[in-house]
Design a protein around this ligand. Structure first.
Ligand code: HEM
Length: 223
């Protein structure tokens, strides 16, 4: 058995990835403090409500009620940092050329399907991995677009008068608020899947997002 060290994530990517984590957590937390004051959304199926965002127990368990002002203060402070980090990350992806290993390419959707079959143990044929496999490419690109979407819908509901043209392009204040809310739910769903996938990928993969390098062991010349 032999081992080699492979460069995986450059320092700016690692820094911005980890800075994003507490910032997004803070945006979601402060968003909930605000949302509590006017909780209007629910999940409906054929006109029937199947889940109400959020049950009273959820708020009381987390100590959320009556913290609207605090929520607004935190949300309107951290949003600048979240946006700045996101813009810096997108700029770096473009300028460094790193976007090439992240964006989906021709045939990515087809290959992502193969990744899903492989991960569900339905197919034994391992799809090409590269730095990111095609399912990762699609999901990571989607989550970056969701970040941009959160900022844009956020602007639309933060300054609906000053940005009135923009707000109406998003369907008006109510729609923009709805879109902003569902993006937050999307982040929560991404986060849950992302953490499970990272755990399944193992310690070395996780470590590579901290150190930048991954240790690859090969057995008899085969990886
Ligand atoms: C405890 C929290 C988190 C952990 C442990 C974690 C871990 C990781 C790891 C290990 C990778 C590299 C995957 C690989 O090389 O196969 C990665 C990539 C990535 N993660 Fe996370 N992550 C976390 C939170 C987040 C959050 C909150 C977001 C955004 C909402 C996010 C977005 C991304 C993106 C976009 C990439 C690709 C980065 C690039 O190469 O440019 N992660 N994450």
């Amino acid at each position: 058995m032999s081992a080699r060290v492979e460069e995986k994530h450059r320092a700016p990517i690692r820094w911005m990835h980890w800075i994003n984590f507490p910032l997004l957590a803070m945006m979601m937390w402060s968003g909930l403090l605000i949302y509590w004051a006017n909780p209007v959304y629910s999940l409906r199926l054929f006109g029937r409500e199947i889940f109400y965002f959020f049950p009273a127990g959820f708020y009381s368990f987390l100590g959320i009620p009556y913290r609207l002002a605090e929520g607004m203060q935190l949300h309107f402070f951290f949003m600048w940092l979240f946006a700045a980090n996101g813009i810096a990350y997108a700029a770096y992806l473009i300028l460094s050329g790193e976007y090439r290993s992240l964006l989906p390419t021709v045939g990515s959707f087809k290959r992502a399907f193969r990744v899903a079959l492989y991960e569900l143990h339905i197919s034994k044929q391992k799809p090409p991995q590269g730095k990111y496999n095609d399912a990762q490419r699609i999901v990571y690109t989607l989550v970056i677009l969701m970040g941009a979407g959160s900022i844009l819908t956020g602007i639309a509901i933060y300054k609906p008068l000053q940005a009135s043209v923009f707000t109406s392009l998003l369907g008006g204040y109510e729609w923009a608020r709805w879109e902003h809310f569902w993006l937050m739910i999307g982040f929560a769903a991404f986060f849950a899947v992302h953490v499970v996938q990272v755990a399944l990928a193992g310690w070395r993969n996780f470590q590579s997002m901290i150190t930048g390098v991954e240790i690859i062991t090969t057995e008899g010349g085969q990886e």
